[in-house]
Design a protein around this ligand. Sequence first.
Ligand SMILES: NC(=O)c1ccc[n+]([C@@H]2O[C@H](COP(=O)([O-])OP(=O)(O)OC[C@H]3O[C@@H](n4cnc5c(N)ncnc54)[C@H](OP(=O)(O)O)[C@@H]3O)[C@@H](O)[C@H]2O)c1
Length: 250
Amino acid sequence: MNLGNKKALVTGGGAGIGLAITRALVAAGTHVLIAGRDIARLDRVKAELGDVTTIQVDLSVQSERERLIAATLASERPLDLLVNNAGTMQYFALNDSRALARLDAELALDLHAPLHLSTALLPHLLARPEAAIVNVTTGLIYAPFGNTPGYSAAKAGLHEFTRSLRWQTRGTALKVIELMPPTVETALTRQYDGPKTDPARIAAALIDGIRKGRDEIRPGQTKALYAMSRLAPDYIYRTLNKAGDKVPLD
Ligand SMILES: NC(=O)c1ccc[n+]([C@@H]2O[C@H](COP(=O)([O-])OP(=O)(O)OC[C@H]3O[C@@H](n4cnc5c(N)ncnc54)[C@H](OP(=O)(O)O)[C@@H]3O)[C@@H](O)[C@H]2O)c1
């Protein structure tokens, strides 16, 4: 896919991996609409990059997502690329009294939001001459953390939804891409004490993958994790979870 003179919506484009993707897309000549809750953060990105528009929205709320979808479809510039990036990762015990509420909240943002945006914007994107949906999952789909149950469930669900979407849209001009980052240096991994990748490297891998028409993009350590999960799934699951256990439950 050629990124010049296209329009993208990047959820969570004001920080972390989403910000790096926004910077890389703008550098590639794409106009980007960034969505998030923190308007000051969104304004700072607009001031830095120029060719960006912003919308303040809480993606965990269905009516807010509907407002974003309506604004996207009403825009003069038609959307070509949807990047479902916004997400959260919570460490908690399933026998905690708040566990069910926490699962609901995490699934709303990490799973329902990308499913909602992808489905609602699909007819529009299928009518474009060249378009793509990028769903950001994680290398942890190959060895999920036991202490992040909502995240693990949501990302596994998003991984399989992405495959369904790719299957149903095969033979069209829509490309369905899954980006599976390894551990990246962002607010989301603040408590995790281990090697972390620069978000700019993840964004560069995505841009390269979009241009080359890749379906699944496994940057950095995700590539090794994928291979090891095929060779020794139980070993890699236990080893990763020992590292994950070092993060305190909230
Ligand atoms: N960091 C990693 O190691 C890593 C690894 C694999 C996959 N990922 C995935 O990469 C994606 C981005 O993560 P990140 O590390 O960049 O996290 P981050 O730095 O915490 O950024 C999260 C982004 O999501 C937005 N967001 C959070 N809650 C939202 C809500 N309710 N409504 C709208 N926007 C919301 C935030 O903006 P506001 O706070 O302004 O709303 C922010 O822009 C996530 O899907 C994550 O699962 C991250």
